[in-house]
Design a protein around this ligand. Structure first.
Ligand SMILES: [Zn+2]
Length: 380
């Protein structure tokens, strides 16, 4: 979208992760909507920038109240480096209000706290132990972007166990990436847990399955004719074809744990809990429970997201009810790989989890807890 001037100031989304449509404006009141692009139906992701609006009182109206989450919009005043939730106090139905400080030259607002390639580059460049990563190219996207596959193991193919972690099959599910950072930090940590994981696991991580969608700010969810997490039967997308080709060769029949990190959607009590999603295989569901029990018992007393095994979603419950989904999704595909011990989706809420705030810090702590749980579960 080109820059859209509104009086003295302007709105645009011409940056990684940007997404908005400007529907109208009167004075400092603007009407915006999420750009659905090639997604079927309506999804909620929007993320835009306001410039030259220092000292302005803004009112933003979206098409529906459901497009603003449990803790209000997210905002950034430093060019998207740091974000916080605005809270619900500024929200009235589908409208939110914001006073841009006089010192601010640029403000960003979004339905969620964004996470793009720049965030991952910052994390992998700054994290201690970064030399332990083997950075490989999974494939190139249809737009020519590199999809990275991170691999880590001190034993390589000699490691007795294999761990595969994927995220952003659905581009807009940004908080999952902060949890992934926490998980990677736990694996890299110079402590007993990190040491055990690196020694015993061959770890393969695909941080952005739908890299184009992440960078373009697409919804990703319900992309037509189907999205990346419904593509494991057809193999329409190069990323999915590359995963289907690489993973069986890499895991080579070793005992394998496959976790696919997601966020649910805005609104609804069920979406304000962290949970694992089960498949139809009762043996793998028992393994999910064993991992969950370790996670529940070992979670950080403060700072993370409270997780309860009882919140997990068994196969047949709620939306998790289709063998059709099982045939087409990543987790269903991975659940049929040789050596698989468990394949599951982890759903991480956007803004609220059992009453606690979900933000980059708490999602990272949760991911770190997940690393500890994997060590406890796999070493038990
Ligand atoms: Zn998802």
């Amino acid at each position: 979208m080109a820059e859209h001037p509104i009086g003295e100031w302007s709105i645009d989304c011409s940056f990684p992760g940007g997404n908005v449509r400007v529907d109208g404006a009167t004075g400092s009141h603007v009407w915006l909507s999420p750009d659905q692009r090639d997604s079927q139906g309506r999804w909620f992701y929007w993320c835009f920038r306001v410039r030259a609006a220092s000292g302005s009182q803004m009112a933003v109206t979206l098409p529906a109240a459901e497009l603003i989450g449990a803790r209000g919009p997210a905002f950034s005043l430093d060019g998207g480096c740091t974000w916080a939730w605005m809270g619900r106090g500024c929200v009235d139905g589908a409208t939110f209000h914001f006073a841009i400080p006089t010192w601010s030259t640029e403000a960003r607002f979004a339905a969620t706290i964004p996470y793009t390639q720049a965030n991952l580059a910052q994390f992998t460049g700054a994290s201690s132990g970064r030399d332990l990563w083997q950075r490989t190219v999974l494939c190139r996207t249809r737009r020519g972007r590199v999809v990275e596959a991170l691999r880590m193991s001190s034993m390589g193919e000699g490691a007795p166990l294999a761990l595969l972690v994927t995220a952003r099959h659905h581009a807009c599910e940004t908080l999952a990436s902060y949890a992934l950072e926490g998980l990677l930090s736990g694996i890299l940590a110079e402590d007993e847990i990190g040491g055990w994981l690196r020694k015993n696991l061959d770890i393969l991580v695909i941080p952005f399955v739908d890299k184009d969608g992440v960078e373009q700010g697409d919804q990703g969810k319900n992309r037509m004719p189907h999205d990346h997490n419904r593509d494991y039967f057809d193999g329409l997308y190069p990323e999915v074809r590359a995963i289907r080709s690489l993973v069986p060769r890499w895991s080579a029949g070793r005992p394998l744990v496959a976790l696919d990190l997601h966020c649910p959607w805005l609104g609804g009590e069920r979406n304000e809990r962290v949970y694992f999603v089960g498949g139809p295989d009762p043996g793998q569901w028992r393994e999910v429970k064993a991992l969950s029990t370790c996670l529940e018992a070992g979670q950080a007393p403060v700072g993370g997201l409270r997780f309860a095994t009882a919140d997990n979603m068994a196969f047949g419950e709620d939306w998790n009810n289709g063998f059709d989904l099982e045939m087409k999704s990543f987790s269903g595909w991975a659940s049929r790989l040789p050596g698989i011990r468990l394949s599951s989706v982890v759903e991480i809420p956007y803004a609220s989890a059992n009453g606690q705030e979900v933000n980059p810090h708490s999602a990272r702590v949760f991911g770190h807890d997940l690393a500890g749980a994997l060590a406890a579960y796999l070493s038990g």
